[in-house]
Ligand binder design. Structure first.
Ligand code: CS2
Length: 478
């Protein structure tokens, strides 16, 4: 099949019947959104919503900007930005997404990125740069000692970080009297938009206090909740897409059929009609976002570390293990749900059950190793918030300590088997793990000394320390 036609603008219409095509003329749409970080999740999620929106309003095509590597551009440019989205379900469907019309690689061409950010037609910047891309400290504010931030503060016109690009784009608009773009954070961080606004404003205040005041007053940074399980692309998916569409695609994307996007309703009157394509706009985003982050992502990370320690490869395998199924269920019902306030219309018990059902979807092969990435960045948002609140309320924290201890054991396991750790703190983690001896007290204390992961008040709390030590010791025996 290697001589199959490649997906691109001129071949798209030749896709097999049943494949959903862009429902608009791609020659007549214009860029209204700049997206930073067009990884798989963006292409599975926001680009899908804009693909639907473009059928009603041609002003919202996407210019995707990779902040580091050229991989996405190299795959999508020969395809005119087109790619196939497989929505995995009992009956998987295939859809060609046309909303990305341009892919820029920021380090190769910063002026092109600035031109897009400063264009009057650009009204929104969305971003999926993962937790680490926000350059926050463990206290939640801008980490001014982060090497990328140090660089960008010294060279604000030649940024390398997402924060630096956002500020430089806003500065250019401020100078010519254009309104700011709305900035829509789409990563799994509690209060994502608010944190981003605080970080952007803190950065701007270091280079131009007037600019900072303008961003503070005029900037719209809604908080959001994003949700759709998106396993990484593999060759099996490429083959499947070729068979289903008749066109070869260098980088198709797969996700579960379920998808949800909740945005704080502060975008203003000139915003795109996202509600018309299934996005929930609400003034009560916090409830949704906390519930998803703690119940779905918190339990995902728990399953990832405990599952890998028990020899499993996928989420499906992990939740099919009775010991882990019980752990996931008990964590949700006993430990996490009591910390949540249900937003209007959400039944937390049903929501939790639906999440476990999604984890048990046999159509989805979601590797635990993928979720295990970047643990130092994810665990603070996914577990530590719940844990701190449980401690404050005097509730037990034994089970909540398990994912933390399992992460420590996982890091040790990876280091002892010589496997790579994907984490911005990888070098530090490797040296911490190499010095571990298996004695819970000393091993745990070495991990808890990681100040960018564990705030000092928590790391020195005796109830917390002994819960993690106990879980760590128990995991060593199993
Ligand atoms: C996962 C998330 O990889 C991970 O860390 O927990 O990507 C998860 O699949 C999504 O947030 C679901 O919306």
């Amino acid at each position: 099949m290697s001589n199959a036609l490649r997906l691109r603008a001129t071949s798209c219409a030749a896709a097999l019947p049943g494949v959903t095509q862009p429902a608009y003329d791609r020659d007549r749409i214009t860029v209204g959104v700049v997206h930073l970080g067009p990884g798989a999740f963006h292409r599975a999620h926001q680009a899908f919503y804009f693909d639907q929106l473009l059928a009603k309003d041609p002003r919202w095509a996407i210019c995707a900007v990779s902040l580091k590597s050229p991989g996405v551009r190299d795959a999508l440019e020969p395809q005119d930005g087109l790619y196939t989205l497989a929505q995995l379900d009992e009956e998987t469907t295939f859809r060609i997404i046309g909303s990305i019309v341009e892919v820029l690689v920021a380090p190769e061409d910063p002026p092109a990125v600035f031109a897009r950010l400063a264009a009057p037609m650009t009204r929104m910047v969305t971003l999926t740069v993962t937790e680490k891309g926000y350059c926050l400290s463990s206290e939640g504010g801008l980490d001014e000692s982060h090497p990328d931030i140090v660089h960008d503060l010294a060279h604000p016109r030649e940024p390398i970080s997402a924060i630096g690009y956002l500020v430089e784009g806003l500065r250019r608009r401020f100078l010519v009297g254009l309104p700011p773009y709305a900035v829509v954070a789409c990563d799994n961080l509690a209060d994502n938009g608010w944190r981003l606004k605080a970080a952007v404003t803190a950065f701007a205040s270091k280079i131009d206090p007037e600019l900072a005041a303008w961003i503070e007053a005029e900037g719209r940074f809604p908080r959001t909740m994003v949700d759709s399980i998106t396993p990484a692309t593999d060759d099996a998916l490429r083959d499947r897409v070729l068979t289903a569409t008749g066109l070869s695609d260098a980088w198709p994307i797969q996700r579960e059929a379920f998808t949800q996007w909740v945005i704080e309703d502060v975008l203003g009157p000139d915003a795109p009609d996202l509600a018309g394509v299934g996005v929930t706009l609400t003034d009560d985003v916090r409830g949704f976002e906390r519930a998803k982050l703690r119940l779905l992502n918190g339990v995902h990370s728990t399953l990832a570390y405990t599952g890998i320690l028990r020899g499993h490869e996928t989420v499906f395998e992990a939740v099919s293990d009775p010991v882990l199924a019980k752990l996931a269920h008990d964590l949700m019902v006993e430990d996490i749900t009591p910390t949540l306030t249900a937003p209007r219309g959400l039944d937390l018990q049903a929501y939790g059950e639906a999440i476990l059902k999604r984890f048990r979807n046999p159509e989805i092969r979601h590797l635990l190793a993928q979720i295990a990435w970047d643990g130092s960045q994810k665990l603070p948002f996914r577990i530590l918030g719940t844990l701190r609140e449980a401690l404050e309320a005097g509730r037990p924290i034994e089970r909540l300590a398990v994912p933390l201890a399992a992460w420590m054991r996982f890091v040790r396991l990876r280091v002892s088997t010589g496997e790579k750790i994907v984490d911005p703190l990888a070098d530090t983690l490797v040296s911490v793990a190499a010095a571990c001896t298996g004695v819970a007290k000393t091993d745990v204390s070495a991990f808890l000394a990681l100040g960018s992961v564990f705030p000092a008040a928590l790391a020195t709390n005796p109830i917390f320390v002994s819960a993690v030590e106990k879980a760590y010791a128990e995991l060593g025996e199993s």
